[in-house]
Design a protein around this ligand. Structure first.
Ligand code: SF4
Ligand code: F3S
Length: 277
C-alpha cells in the first residue's frame, strides 16, 4: 500500500469491504489498552481498529514480538497496558511470527504457505509455525560443539571469546529460544547474533525483557539441551579427561608389568638353554 494518510485509510477500508473473508491481516506493534490516547489513529483507538480489521480477515498474523507478546512496551511495569493482539481477539486464531525483529524469509514463508495451501501452517502450542520455530537456537548453533566440550567464553574479548567458544556464560539464551536464526541466518543468510559474537537475547520468546538480565546466564539448562548445568559440563569434561588419563596410566603400567614379566621369562629360557648346551 503506497498511499498515506486519508488515502491509506480509504485503501484499507475498500480492501476490507471488497475482499471480506479473503484478506490476510498482518499486524505489527503491540496495542496499548490503559488509555486510548497512547495510540489513536484518525480518531479511532488502536483496539477498535484492530478488532474491526480482524473481523473479515481470512487469517491473522502477529508480525514481531510486539504484536505477538507485547515485547518491550509490555515489560514490567507496563505503564500503557501494552498487549499482544491475540489477547484482544478472543476466539480468533492468530499466527505468531515473533522476533525482535522477525526474520524476513520467515514471514514470507508463512504468507506464501497461506496463499498456496489456503490454510495456516502447522502451529505449536504458542501458535508459532513449527517449520520455523520447532528448534532452539542452541540445537543448530555454530558454537554448539564448544558448549558440549565445556569450552566457554567468560568475558567479551577474553581468550575463549577470541577462539569463538560458546557464549552461554555471557548470557546466551539460545538453549531456551525457539527460532530459525541459526538455520536461516540474517542478511540473506550471512550470519546471526551468536555467529557474529553476541549472545542470543531470546528476542523471539514471550516476555523476554522480564526474564532477568540480558547478559546474565540461565540458572539451568532445560533437559534435552544437554540435561545438565554448563558449569558442571566443564567439570565433567575435565573429570572425564582426568579419568581417561588415570585409565591410560593404569593400562600403560599394566602393559609395562606384562612386558617385564615376558622379558624375564624369555631371559630365563635363554639362560636355561645355554646351560643345557
Ligand atoms: Fe550457541 Fe548459545 Fe547454545 Fe552456546 S549456549 S551453543 S552460544 S546457542
Ligand atoms: Fe533474536 Fe536470538 Fe535470533 S536474539 S535474532 S532469537 S539469535
Amino acid at each position: 500500500m503506497a498511499a498515506a494518510g486519508h488515502w491509506a485509510e480509504q485503501a484499507a477500508e475498500t480492501t476490507k469491504q471488497k475482499h471480506k473473508g479473503a484478506y490476510i491481516l498482518c499486524v505489527e506493534g503491540s496495542v496499548p489498552t490503559v488509555n486510548e490516547a497512547y495510540c489513536t489513529i484518525g480518531g479511532r483507538s488502536a483496539v477498535d481498529i484492530l478488532r474491526s480489521d480482524a473481523e473479515g480477515a481470512a487469517a491473522i498474523i502477529a508480525y514481531g514480538n510486539c504484536s505477538s507478546w507485547g515485547c518491550v512496551q509490555s515489560a514490567q511495569p507496563n505503564p500503557t497496558g501494552a498487549r499482544g493482539i491475540a489477547e484482544l481477539l478472543p476466539g480468533k486464531t492468530v499466527i505468531h511470527v515473533p522476533g525482535c525483529p522477525p526474520i524476513a524469509e520467515v514471514i514470507t514463508g508463512v504468507i506464501v504457505h497461506l496463499l498456496t495451501f489456503g490454510r495456516a501452517p502447522e502451529l505449536d502450542a504458542q501458535n508459532r509455525p513449527v517449520a520455523f520455530y520447532g528448534k532452539r537456537i542452541h540445537d543448530t548453533c555454530v558454537r554448539r560443539a564448544y558448549f558440549d566440550a565445556g569450552q566457554f567464553a567468560d568475558a567479551f574479548g577474553d581468550e575463549g571469546y577470541r577462539q569463538g567458544w560458546c557464549l552461554y556464560k555471557l548470557g546466551c539464551k539460545g538453549p531456551t529460544t525457539y527460532n530459525a536464526c541459526a538455520l536461516m541466518r540474517w542478511n540473506e543468510g550471512v550470519s546471526y547474533p551468536v555467529q557474529s559474537g553476541h549472545p542470543c537475547l531470546g528476542c523471539s520468546e514471550k516476555h523476554f525483557w522480564d526474564h532477568g538480565g540480558l547478559y546474565t546466564h540461565l540458572a539451568e539448562i532445560p533437559a534435552g539441551a544437554v540435561g545438565r548445568n554448563p558449569d558442571q559440563v566443564g567439570a565433567v569434561v575435565v573429570g572425564g579427561a582426568a579419568a581417561a588419563a588415570v585409565a591410560h596410566a593404569v593400562v600403560t603400567a599394566g602393559r609395562q608389568v606384562t612386558a617385564r614379566r615376558a622379558k624375564d621369562r624369555i631371559e630365563k629360557q635363554v639362560s636355561v638353554s645355554e646351560e643345557e648346551r
